[in-house]
Structure formats: structure tokens, C-alpha cells
Ligand binder design. Structure first.
Ligand code: COA
Length: 322
């Protein structure tokens, strides 16, 4: 029987500090009303000066390991999705491996912006299906607050910090039914974050903050996520009514509502964390998955559709029988 990837534990971490829309209104020309109406966000968490993607990943990972009831030493692959690593190298995954006191396993990062955790899940699924790994830790960890220009009202209202984690184990029954990941590098200018220290001369003087043409990103996200829903269901011979839960990337309530409508799901069947977390980039899908599972909404045997869209553009989905 083919090995398939089953979720055996999830975890999450959010920093203590809450930054509300009202607080942002004191920093830039905006209002709680404007932000909530356009995005669905009321507050987001901000990491402390002592925290890093690796430190947040550690807390989320340890929770997932505990819930899974395994020993960290049993993990043979760690994939961390992050766009905000403390160091260019070693990878955040290697730093996490050290923090978990695992002496020998494969650890590497995935950079796919907000789609990172879905890309990481897809990689984990391939490793398990081929028998190359038996227990995999997937983490999405982001400190978006450090790459946001807090004087730019078009971006600073959107993002937050946090980490989500999941442990996958090889079993005979799915598990992950399928994953679908895509990239189109032609949209670089609509959403990017420069790396001034290593950038080529012509773009070296750009500040290292998120640059976004929000309205164009919005339209692309809605269209692309609609297509990925069709692709995912068709690949599994399933109907829209077979999906019990949508666990979307948390970027904007209106983008999520459009995907839910496409699936003919009510918003009660969508795990929403956006209101009090904002967009935590590659952490958001795993944080939402953790919340839906831990509060008992997502039940064993149910079908859940994870989806994400991010800079690149990158986009993807994972259909899971929990
Ligand atoms: N407060 C008040 N006004 C604001 C504002 C803010 N925080 N940000 C922008 N505005 C203004 C603009 O200056 C513009 O004013 P103008 O009409 O006088 O020029 C007006 O609001 C409309 O701007 P626009 O960018 O068209 O707004 P929008 O309805 O598209 O909403 C976003 C902006 C960013 C909320 C929305 O485009 C969005 O969520 N896009 C997707 C972003 C995303 O998800 N990125 C991550 C992808 S993973």
C-alpha cells in the first residue's frame, strides 16, 4: 500500500503584543472603519525585539510535537516556510532543528511568500509518498512587522506576526489527498520586498519593505484562487458539496468570501483568523488549521481545502481528509 501523509498534530504561536487598527490610525492617515471594511482586520500581533522566526517556530513546533505524541528525534524532515528569516543562512529550518535538539534529519526552508506553507505541505507530501520520509514537521513562521513600512498606510494595515506547525506521518490511508502548487514570476512588480544588502546596484537603494499594488493583487488573488478550487476538486473527482471546511490564507475577508462563494460554502464553514491576526504570510494557513482542529470544529474524516496566494505570484492548495 502506498504511503500517504496524515496530520497527527498541529501547533501555533502568536506574540503577546496586540496592535489595533486604532493604534495604527495614530501612525498613518487611516481609520479602524476603513481597515475593517476593506480587509476584515481589527488587530494583529507584533513580535518582541527578542523574537525571531526561529523562536516562534520553536514554540509552534513543540506544541505540534506534543499533540502528535511523538519524540522530536523521530522527525526525519523539517520544512520551514518563511520570508523573514533571521539569517540568510543557515536556514530557519536548521536553526529550528537545533532548537528541537534533533541531531540528524533533513532541514531546509521554502520561500514562496504567502503560499509558503502550502508549498511546504506539498513537498512534505511528496517525501512521504515516495517513502523518503516517515515523520515530517512543516512550519510557517513570519515576522512581517519587520518588513513593513509603518509609515505606508497601503501595506502596514495588513500584516502580522506568528507561526503555525503541523506534524505529518506516513500511513496507509490519506491524509493529504492531493496538493497543487503553481508559480508565475511575471508579476514580480505587483508585490515584492527588496533585500537591499544583497540587491544589484540598480535596486540597492530601495528600502527593505513590502511594496504592493494592492488593487491589482486583489483581483489576481480572487481569479487565481477560483481556478485552484476547480483544479483541486477535479483532480479528486469531488464536488463542491464534498468539502466540509475551507482553510484559506488570511489576506482579506473579501478575497476569502469570493473563494467560499465559489465553493458554495457558508462563511461558517471557513476557518477565519484574519480579524485578530492580520496576514501572517506563510504562517496563516497553518495557524488557521491549528485553530480549527484544536477548537474541535474540524473533525476526523472531514474534507478540508487549504489554499493560498502570494508574491511571485505563487498559489496552491492542499485537499486533506482529516
Ligand atoms: N486608509 C485609508 N485610505 C487608504 C488606505 C488606508 N489604510 N490605504 C489606501 N487608501 C486609499 C488610497 O489612497 C485610495 O485613495 P484615492 O482613491 O484617493 O486614491 C483609496 O483608499 C482606494 O485605494 P485602493 O488601493 O484602490 O483600495 P482597495 O479597496 O483596493 O483596498 C487593500 C486596499 C490593500 C485593502 C486591498 O487592495 C487588498 O487587500 N489587496 C490585496 C492585498 C493582499 O492581500 N496582499 C497580500 C497578498 S498575499
Amino acid at each position: 500500500m502506498k504511503a500517504r501523509a496524515k496530520i497527527i498534530g498541529t501547533g501555533g504561536y502568536l506574540p503577546d503584543t496586540i496592535r489595533t487598527n486604532d493604534e495604527i490610525s495614530e501612525m498613518v492617515d487611516t481609520s479602524d472603519n476603513w481597515i475593517y471594511e476593506r480587509t476584515g482586520i481589527k488587530s494583529r500581533r507584533i513580535a518582541s525585539a527578542e523574537e525571531s522566526a526561529a523562536s516562534m517556530a520553536e514554540i509552534a513546533a513543540k506544541e505540534a510535537i506534543e499533540v502528535a505524541g511523538i519524540d522530536a528525534g523521530e522527525i526525519d524532515l523539517i520544512v520551514v516556510a518563511t520570508g523573514t528569516p533571521d539569517r540568510v543562512y543557515p536556514s530557519t529550518a536548521c536553526m529550528l532543528q537545533h532548537r528541537l535538539d534533533i541531531r540528524d534529519c533533513v532541514s531546509f526552508d521554502v520561500q514562496a511568500a504567502c503560499s509558503g506553507s502550502v508549498f511546504a505541505l506539498s513537498i512534505a507530501d511528496q517525501y512521504i509518498r515516495t517513502g523518503a520520509a516517515d515523520k515530517v514537521l512543516v512550519v510557517g513562521a513570519e515576522i512581517c512587522s519587520r518588513i513593513v513600512d509603518w509609515s505606508d498606510r497601503s501595506t502596514c494595515i495588513l500584516f502580522g506576526d506568528g507561526a503555525g506547525a503541523v506534524i505529518l506521518e506516513a500511513t496507509e490511508e490519506p491524509g493529504i489527498l492531493s496538493t497543487h502548487i503553481h508559480s508565475d514570476g511575471g508579476y514580480e512588480e505587483l508585490l515584492y520586498c527588496p533585500n537591499p544588502q544583497v540587491a544589484k546596484e540598480s535596486v540597492k537603494d530601495q528600502p527593505g519593505f513590502i511594496q504592493m499594488r494592492g488593487n491589482e493583487v486583489f483581483k489576481m488573488a480572487v481569479n487565481t484562487l477560483g481556478r485552484i478550487v476547480d483544479e483541486t476538486l477535479a483532480a479528486n473527482g469531488l464536488e463542491k458539496t464534498d468539502v466540509d471546511w475551507l482553510v484559506p490564507h488570511q489576506a482579506n475577508t473579501r478575497i476569502i468570501a469570493a473563494t467560499a462563494k465559489k465553493l458554495r460554502l457558508s462563511m461558517d464553514q471557513v476557518i477565519m483568523t484574519l480579524e485578530n491576526q492580520g496576514n501572517t504570510s506563510s504562517a496563516s494557513v497553518l495557524l488557521a488549521l491549528n485553530e480549527g482542529i484544536r477548537d474541535g470544529r474540524i473533525q476526523r474524516g472531514q474534507i478540508i481545502l487549504l489554499e493560498a496566494f502570494g508574491a511571485g505570484f505563487t498559489w496552491g492548495s492542499a485537499l486533506i481528509k482529516y
